[in-house]
Design a protein around this ligand. Structure first.
Ligand SMILES: NC(=O)c1ccc[n+]([C@@H]2O[C@H](COP(=O)([O-])OP(=O)(O)OC[C@H]3O[C@@H](n4cnc5c(N)ncnc54)[C@H](O)[C@@H]3O)[C@@H](O)[C@H]2O)c1
Length: 415
């Protein structure tokens, strides 16, 4: 049985740890800077007290404690944590985005190669039934050679407000631009569908909604009953975080430990945190967010394949729409539906139904399955998102940002 250490026990890290233990691996060491979270998750996983670490310095000082490490800390720490893990001889499963700096991404590719270690990036959508089924259709040649891809990522108004206005991914300087943080998955899929290198990118984007100039007159800085809009505002924090109403966020995002930074908070602690110190209690129009809300990226791939990706924050649901055309047919669908229509010229149109699952449509368990299999057998499933190739998604995002900041000019991608 392969052993794994996990850095960062928040939403992602705790979920991966649970899946590793349920899917044939064993989590033997955990690390989180938040002691309350460390012990809460450590207890649940049954990790020995001397294998729980309050900092990566303590964890890495003990040398190599497992076959692999999951890096699920925050965006700006992935590079440093992954690098140290590789240098100690761990295989690495690293959350996306790996780094907002090109040189750091390339350095990690090179270290993994030199040390003959696996570094896999959590581009989990590749591992879901829906995208698996699309890839199979493309690879079967049924729609011929791919000519054009249109993909939209609809983030969801509540998801955007939670993560990109109030939450962890609201500022570029603390994390990464939203096109990298939210859409490196999508850019990875564009590359994955075609298997071709992206040669150039142009991009435009803007902020339109979550800005102080759009705050209704007299809106309070924090969501309390004193705010005149507390009954009607869809973002009113107490309702948003703990009531299941039309305007509350779906329960799976009901992140009480994130809101309070306490391992297993009570309802009263959530209420108190939202009213006083929690960033999630702030008015969405009065936050310090600066990431882009909607962005379109125009990509040119090898072999004259063109693609567009649009990220949009203003949708009720979280879903992606895909339309892929080829020389002999097309496919289109919405991932949340778990099916897509396949039209092959001269043949009867048909619906392709994909196997669906929980957590990124089954991608979260899919990546753990493939990663553990890789550790056991050394033989990768073809869908495995090795850093050495999935780095293309990051290069595309860097080029998109360079283009957006320069009025949408075409930016060539050089590796
Ligand atoms: N693959 C995906 O689809 C996907 C989805 C959401 C988030 N993410 C990424 O996963 C990562 C984690 O996101 P999350 O939602 O779990 O965040 P989170 O805030 O819930 O969890 C992060 C955890 O890391 C801990 N931490 C922070 N700095 C640390 C350090 N230096 N050492 C050890 N622990 C540290 C925090 O205390 C926290 O418990 C982020 O980089 C995010 O961008 C990926």
């Amino acid at each position: 049985m392969k052993t794994v250490a996990v850095i960062g026990l928040g939403n992602r890290g705790a979920m991966y740890a649970r899946r590793i233990n349920n899917q044939g691996g064993k989590v033997v060491a955990v690390c989180d800077i938040n002691e309350s979270v460390l012990n809460h998750v450590g207890d649940k996983l049954g990790v020995a007290p001397d294998m729980r670490f309050n900092s990566t310095e303590e964890l890495f000082a003990r040398g190599k404690l497992a076959d692999a490490i999951v890096v699920a800390s925050q965006d700006r720490d992935h590079y440093g944590h992954a690098k140290q893990a590789l240098l100690l001889g761990y295989h690495v499963l690293c959350e996306k985005p790996v780094s907002p700096i090109k040189e750091e991404c390339i350095e990690l590719v090179n270290i993994a190669k030199e040390k003959n270690l696996h570094m896999v990036v959590c581009h989990v959508l590749r591992y879901s039934g829906f995208y698996d089924a699309i890839k199979q259709v493309i690879d079967s040649g049924e729609i011929g050679e791919v000519t054009n891809i249109q993909q939209t990522e609809n983030v969801g108004y509540w998801h955007f407000a939670h993560s990109y206005v109030r939450g962890n991914w609201r500022r570029e300087d603390e994390t990464t631009p939203s096109i990298l943080a939210k859409c490196c998955h999508d850019l990875d899929l564009l590359y994955y569908y075609t298997g071709k290198k992206c040669k150039s990118v142009s991009s435009i984007g803007s902020r339109r909604i979550f800005m102080s100039k759009n705050a209704p007159e007299g809106a309070a800085m924090r969501c309390t009953k004193e705010c005149p809009y507390h009954k009607t505002c869809p973002y009113y924090a107490p309702r948003f975080y703990y009531e299941l109403t039309l305007h509350s966020i779906p329960i799976y995002l009901n992140r009480w430990s994130l809101v309070t930074r306490i391992g297993n908070p009570t309802r009263a602690q959530v209420k108190e945190a939202l009213a006083t110190t929690s960033p999630y209690g702030r008015c969405v129009y009065h936050c310090d967010n600066d990431v882009i809300e909607n962005q379109t990226v125009l990509c040119k791939f090898d072999g004259d394949v063109n693609a567009t990706l649009t990220m949009n924050c203003s949708s009720r649901g979280c879903f992606r729409r895909v339309h892929i055309t080829g020389t002999k047919g097309e496919l289109f669908g919405k991932d949340a539906d778990g099916k897509f229509r396949l039209n092959v010229w001269g043949k009867k149109s048909r619906m392709v139904r994909a196997k669906m699952g929980q957590g990124h449509l089954g991608g979260d368990s899919g990546i753990i399955h493939d990663f553990l299999e890789l550790l056991e057998t050394g033989k990768p499933n073809p869908r495995v998102s090795f850093m050495s190739e999935t780095v293309m998604s990051h290069l595309m995002a860097f080029a998109a940002e360079e283009s957006r900041k320069n009025g949408g000019v075409q930016v060539l991608i050089e590796e």
